[in-house]
Design a protein around this ligand. Structure first.
Ligand code: NAI
Ligand code: MG
Length: 363
């Protein structure tokens, strides 16, 4: 037994394929670095629906609540598209996020030098890029009431409500400031305080939390639309960006694409600290189940591998080991080992999922 517990939920499509490579890396840490994990595995998404008629059983939910970190592959696929909304694979993931109360979604945008020419932006704009977007994940306009489509006079009206409490803003702000202290010590908070009251409160509360507890961190505020411009103009001006659920959804996807492929993008979703001091945590690649390439050994495992690196850093306080794993990925890319998604050269021969995993372990 170790005091590091992991629940692995491979899910659907390429999820199990990329997770298999992560499992080998986890074994490597136990063998070579004396860093053992208690790993249990369970079903989520379509795989859970096929076995149990629900995308996440209560028993799996219970297990997720009682481990240090959950590592998830991907859920969904065309097979499940016609299912009722209540049992769709995505509901399994949403239930995990909601019941674990994972309010801070960490979306790094990091440019590996070997992939700098792969970006749609100029090399000089993206080379060395390393930013972290913290998106509030459990509140805001995706959850606010009232919501719905109503009849008003002789037409329909669609309603969603942006709603944030002070405590919801404060806790995600703290998460951002804590991260900044481990990085370049800068936070830029983004909202639309010029046109939204919730944005005014957001700006005020972030500033108050800063002044009371994080005076050592450099804080700036930016309107989210200007932020979108700055992210494409000169993204290296940012370190940590903290923003609400809606703007974070857009800005994190925008920032992610500065660096190239979906196959390279990890994420973490963190909640409140547990009794042992570790935060509630779910780590997953940004990509989905990629049904178009599933079962063919073509999937890039790096997004999932880098998600495990985030687990090492944020759940297990093993920053050096996280660095080691990220350096291995970087080295493999520099050697020219590429899965198909990272090749824009006609006729070049791509590495398989397994070959990419092999190369990372060797590195
Ligand atoms: P997707 O991310 O699965 O795929 C988009 C494109 O990127 C595809 O062409 C795919 O082949 C490629 N791609 C994705 N990951 C890759 C990897 N690791 N290596 C190489 N290529 C990769 O998004 P899509 O196609 O919109 O959705 C497919 C299914 O996944 C749907 O059922 C969707 O609901 C689900 N999905 C699940 C997510 C999750 O589990 N968090 C997130 C997004 C979508
Ligand atoms: Mg999105």
């Amino acid at each position: 037994m170790s005091d590091r517990s992991l629940l692995v939920l491979p899910g659907d499509g390429i999820g199990p394929e990329v997770m298999a490579e992560v499992m080998r890396i986890i074994d490597w840490y136990g063998d070579k670095r004396d860093l053992a994990f208690d790993v249990s595995e369970d079903l989520v998404g379509g795989a859970a629906y096929d076995a149990h008629g629900t995308p996440l059983t209560d028993a799996t939910m219970e297990r997720a609540q009682n481990v240090d970190a959950v590592l998830l592959g991907a859920v969904g696929g065309p097979k499940y598209d016609a299912l009722d909304f209540s049992v769709k694979p995505e509901r399994g993931l949403l239930r995990l996020r909601k019941e674990m109360d994972l309010f801070a979604n960490l979306r790094p945008a990091q440019c590996f030098d070997a992939l700098a020419d792969f970006s749609s932006l100029k090399r000089e704009v993206v080379a060395g890029l390393d930013i972290m977007i913290v998106r509030e994940l459990t509140s805001g306009v995706y959850f606010g009431e009232p919501r719905g489509i109503f009849e008003e006079g002789n037409e329909r009206v669609g309603v969603n409500t942006q709603r944030y409490t002070e405590s919801e803003i404060a806790r995600v702000a703290r998460a951002a400031f804590e991260l900044a202290r481990r990085r370049a010590n800068r936070v830029c908070s983004m909202e639309k305080a010029n046109v939204m009251e919730s944005g005014v409160l957001w700006r005020d509360v972030v500033q108050e939390v800063h002044d009371a507890e994080y005076g050592d961190v450099q804080l700036s505020h930016m309107y989210a639309d200007a932020g979108a411009m700055q992210l494409t103009r000169w993204p290296k001006q940012f370190d940590v960006i903290v923003t609400d659920n809606l703007f974070g959804d857009l800005l994190s996807d925008l920032a992610a694409m500065l660096t190239g492929s979906l196959g390279m993008l990890p994420s973490a979703s963190l909640g409140a600290p547990m009794a042992n001091g570790r935060p509630k945590a779910l780590y997953e690649p940004v990509h989905g189940s990629a049904p178009d390439i599933a079962g063919q050994g073509k999937a890039n495992p790096c997004a999932c591998i880098l998600s495990f690196a985030m687990a090492l850093r944020y759940s297990f306080d093993e920053g050096e080991e996280a660095d080691r794993l990220e350096r291995a990925v970087e080295q493999v890319l520099a050697q020219g080992v590429r899965t198909a998604d990272l090749l824009n050269v006609e006729g070049a021969s791509p590495a398989t999922t397994r070959e990419m995993g092999d190369a990372v372990i060797k590195a």
